[in-house]
Design a protein around this ligand. Structure first.
Ligand code: SER
Length: 320
């Protein structure tokens, strides 16, 4: 394998995945080799990266400038609108979720970048697919703006790899659960909010019904998987659209019962909103055997370990 010093740009670096991925990349590559970017104005301490660029990722000229200024080799392109918010702003969601990906692929094709990571989602699945253990290669029938943008993005990744050898890698993330930075506007976000409310007020009203199972993943495992995929030798990768990743599968009721084991007075009720239809269109569980075989995907957190870790950390965070 060609050896070079990685210079990394992360878009959406202040978001739910971005914050934790940036920390990990800084640990591995050193702060000076990591450039965080986002829409916020710079404030001291907002990122662990050595550099911060306030950047609208749809501004192609600016993005090209940043890539050239820092001699970026690798982009983690995380800026995106999630499923709930995308339904409210469909045209902007399409523009943000898709166009910058294509531009990054173009830059790689021109030799300006060596590697790209782009997150896809379980939202690519939809109507008429089985609910359980959904295989890698099934007909994708997304019913949401977000899912359509992710499905199209996957196809662009595959296209740029097949046609130009662009090394763009992707994971279909399930719902991501973390305590450091809240998500926003996602259908699976109930599984984050529930922990905040459990610790703060002892009760939660779920916008997803009690028996709706969705695939979920703890952030530590998501970061580990992302880096495993990015480090894997090219020749091991058999999927160039996006890898299925299943994590664990549970319902709001099952999660509430885990929380009650730690906070016995916790109470939950259910008032499903428009996101219920989105959840109903997604699988309950995913077959991720190809990722296990190709690049050694494995998980450290099940529902109990995750719940204990979330509550322990949120108790400290929310008491400050
Ligand atoms: N967590 C995302 C959402 O709910 C799915 O990828 O929008």
């Amino acid at each position: 394998m060609e050896s070079y010093t990685e210079k990394i740009l992360i878009t959406g670096a202040l978001g739910q995945i971005g914050t934790e991925l940036t920390n990990k990349l800084v640990e591995i590559h050193g702060a000076d080799n990591v450039v965080a970017s986002g829409l916020d104005r710079y404030q001291k301490g907002m990122t662990s990266a050595g550099h911060y660029e306030r950047m609208d990722v749809t501004n192609t000229q600016l993005v090209r400038q940043v890539i050239s200024d820092y001699e970026i080799t690798t982009v983690y392109h995380l800026a995106s609108l999630l499923s709930g918010t995308s339904e409210k702003q469909p045209l902007f969601a399409w523009k943000l979720n898709l166009e910058p990906l294509i531009h990054f692929c173009e830059m790689a094709k021109e030799g300006l970048l060596k590697k790209i990571f782009w997150p896809s989602s379980i939202a690519v699945f939809g109507k008429g697919i089985p609910k359980n253990d959904v295989a890698q290669e099934v007909v994708l029938n997304p019913t949401t703006v977000y899912g359509i943008s992710k499905m199209a993005g996957e196809k662009w990744c595959e296209y740029y790899f097949d046609k130009y050898g662009v090394d763009v890698r992707s994971i279909r993330y399930p719902g991501l659960i973390s305590w450091k930075t809240p998500a926003g506007g996602g259908t699976t976000d109930y599984a984050v909010e529930i922990f905040y409310e459990a610790v703060e007020s002892g009760k939660y009203t779920s916008f997803i019904s009690e028996d709706t199972a969705m695939p979920m993943l703890y952030m530590d495992d998501a970061i580990k998987a992302t880096l495993q995929l990015m480090d894997a030798p090219q020749e091991n990768l058999t999927i160039r659209s996006s890898y299925n990743l299943g994590g664990m599968s549970f319902t709001p009721k099952e999660l509430a019962s885990e929380i009650k084991n730690i906070i016995p007075e916790f109470e939950i009720d259910y008032k499903p909103d428009f996101r219920q239809a989105i959840a109903d269109s997604w699988p309950s569980s995913i077959d991720d055997s190809i990722a296990k075989k190709d690049w050694g995907l494995s998980y450290d957190f099940g529902i109990s370990e995750m719940s204990a870790d979330m509550i322990k950390n949120l108790k400290v965070k929310l008491s400050k």
